[in-house]
Design a protein around this ligand. Structure first.
Ligand code: SF4
Length: 346
């Protein structure tokens, strides 16, 4: 864990999308994509963010960067509340907060050379002039930083593999020397053999540059090696937040226990003996979330209180936060192997 200095504070952040329907285009409800999430991100830290598709993690990343205007809550960057800033002030802060996308091919303009793609943010923000030797030098430096030959700057995106395209996306994100990057599933579209290379590259860059990442992924195995801490999301809410090893060794939320049981263990003997907690059914719709604990329709431990009362997101012991009524009670929130009706052996 890097030295503690809070870079970002996310306080009760919400992003709801109206459902527009009918002939008159009336609003027919809202999708609560992100519904009151709170956590902080330290300078130079990687915070992994995990959850099933549709849990709101990508929307959360975009709302933090103000690419989606939040419906409620606050985002403090170096102590300044982004939600209170006007467009001009936000634009001035934009170089410090960047984004890397899941599918680099879809976000790299196929008609632009690598030089134009990587150098464009510097031109847009008025830091360097188009065609200047300084721009060429900076693009060469950035390509070297991500392990690519500077001579590639004359080439186009289709000439590269998926891993190389992601390196180009990372070089572009780094061009303005950001302090924080939202990495939206940056390795999900890559071959497994390439995933580790990109993760290692991102770790090296963090060590060199001190940049903080919000690293979004849909399963725990993808964030295991890169994260200092991990936040687990379900249906627009945070279920659990803890330091990486603590979360894997002692997952307190039943949902995290289920995700954790799906992460393969390298030792085949241990792997054979492990039990898997497989959740039944799909997550409910964020347009019509369940009452009380949003996880209660799939949780094997549900009690009456879970259906009526939303659990607080509480610190169970230093640094370990959970939203579960049972986490602090006698017996706890661990899924017992014999009592779990949806548990399957491996
Ligand atoms: Fe399960 Fe209840 Fe805990 Fe929600 S609050 S995770 S339903 S035990």
């Amino acid at each position: 864990m890097p030295e503690q200095e809070t870079l970002l504070q996310i306080v009760n952040l919400k992003k709801h999308f109206p459902i527009v329907g009918g002939l008159l285009g009336r609003t027919a409800g809202v999708v609560k994509a992100v519904d009151g999430i709170s956590f902080d991100i330290q300078r130079g830290e990687t915070l992994g963010m995990v959850g099933e598709s549709g849990c709101g993690k990508s929307t959360a990343g975009r709302a933090i960067l103000h690419l989606h205007k939040p419906t409620g809550g606050q985002v403090f960057f170096e102590g300044n509340d982004l939600t209170q800033m006007n467009a001009e002030a936000l634009r001035a802060l934009r170089p410090k907060m960047q984004m890397i996308f899941q599918d680099p091919y879809a976000t790299l303009n196929p008609r632009h050379s690598v030089k134009k793609i990587v150098g464009e943010p510097l031109i847009i923000h008025g830091l360097m002039k188009k065609g200047s030797p300084q721009l060429k030098e900076r693009v060469a430096e950035l390509l070297e930083l991500v392990g690519m030959d500077p001579a590639y700057m004359r080439r186009f995106p289709h000439e590269f593999s998926g891993g190389q395209r992601q390196r180009i996306g990372i070089a572009r994100a780094l061009s303005l020397n950001p302090d924080f990057i939202v990495c939206d599933e940056p390795i999900s579209a890559l071959d497994v053999s390439i995933q580790a290379q990109v993760v290692n590259l991102m770790q090296d860059l963090q060590e060199k540059l001190g940049v903080a990442y919000l690293f979004i992924a849909h399963d725990l195995s993808m964030v295991k090696h890169i994260s200092h801490r991990i936040v687990v999301m379900y249906l627009g809410k945070v279920m659990e937040l803890a330091e990486r090893n603590d979360l894997f060794d002692n997952p307190l939320h039943p949902y995290t226990q289920s995700l954790n049981s799906a992460v393969p263990v390298p030792n085949p003997k241990v792997e054979r003996k492990r039990k898997r907690f497989i959740l039944e059914g799909d997550p409910p719709s964020p347009a019509n979330p369940p009452s009380g604990c949003v996880f209660h329709t799939r949780c094997p431990l549900t009690v009456e209180e879970c259906i009526k009362v939303t659990p607080d997101f509480q610190e169970i012991y230093p640094g370990h936060f959970v939203a579960c009524h049972l986490a602090n009670q006698k017996g706890g929130s661990k899924i017992p192997e014999r009592a779990n009706p949806v548990m399957a052996g491996t």
